[in-house]
Design a binder for this molecule. Structure first.
Ligand code: CTP
Ligand code: CA
Length: 229
């Protein structure tokens, strides 16, 4: 990395970012997960650290290089992430939930490997709901805390994302439509729409790092608004 002087406009800001997928164990050799690469969350954490923020990155398993100049908390399951995040939430000025958290997990993890000699019915996986971490954060949000969610949709992106914004008591939600070229999982670019209660910004196609900086600009703007009330 080249030595680039960054404006330290986020100095003194404590930011927690969650990134990557969760893994939900089925048996000792298998798990349920999703296609999240962690790239968007890592880009946000890295951009914020360069701007001087004190960053805590709560990361599912991604295989990405461990970024420097921040605290990294490794988690595997939705339950791990819930514990790591709720434990650290109170002291944070901003929280960005870029992670793709499982909505359902196997109700039990089989003690031994599930064998194919059983019946199909024996192999069925009973699921239970996970806790919604972002909804918990919204319900426990501090007066000056800025809370940002992400929303991944394949249809009705704006309506569904707005519903999440309201229901989870968020300040802003970054929405992307998986079916648009250049958006979503694994790629290095993103097409985001930043949605606030009375504002919507459609960002052009840009790298995840650029999108991260635009999002951070927006979060800093919201922080100033909240602190001047
Ligand atoms: N999220 C979370 N905990 C969960 C599920 C989701 O914190 N158990 C967060 C994600 O990190 C993301 C936001 O909620 O910031 C929206 O996730 P998304 O999957 O798009 O929406 P859901 O509310 O889970 O609804 P659905 O999957 O039905 O669209
Ligand atoms: Ca979900």
């Amino acid at each position: 990395e080249r030595a680039i002087a960054h404006e330290k406009d986020m100095a003194g800001v404590k930011l927690m970012v969650t990134a990557g997928p969760t893994q939900e164990a089925v048996d000792p050799v298998r798990y349920l997960t999703n296609h999240s690469s962690g790239k968007m969350g890592y880009a946000i954490a890295t951009a914020a650290a360069r701007r001087g923020a004190e960053v805590t990155l709560v990361s599912g398993r991604t295989g990405l290089n461990r970024p420097g100049y921040m605290e990294v908390v490794d988690v595997v399951s939705a339950r791990d992430m819930y514990e790591a995040v709720t434990e650290r939430a109170e002291g944070m000025d901003m929280i960005v939930k870029a992670a793709a958290v499982a909505d359902f997990r196997p109700a039990v993890c089989a003690e031994d490997k599930i064998k194919k000699t059983g019946t199909v019915a024996d192999a069925a996986i009973a699921l239970e709901r996970t806790d919604d971490i972002l909804a918990w954060l919204g319900a426990h949000k501090g007066a000056e805390q800025v809370l940002c969610g992400f929303s991944m949709e394949t249809k009705d992106m704006l309506e569904n994302s707005r519903r999440k914004l309201t229901k989870k008591n968020l300040d802003i939600i970054a929405a992307n439509n998986l079916k648009e070229a250049g958006a979503g999982f694994r790629v290095d670019t993103n097409l985001l729409t930043l949605i606030r209660p009375e504002e919507e910004k459609v960002l052009p196609l840009m790298t995840k790092y650029e999108a991260a900086n635009v999002l951070l600009d927006e979060l800093m703007r919201i922080r100033k608004e909240k602190r001047s009330l």
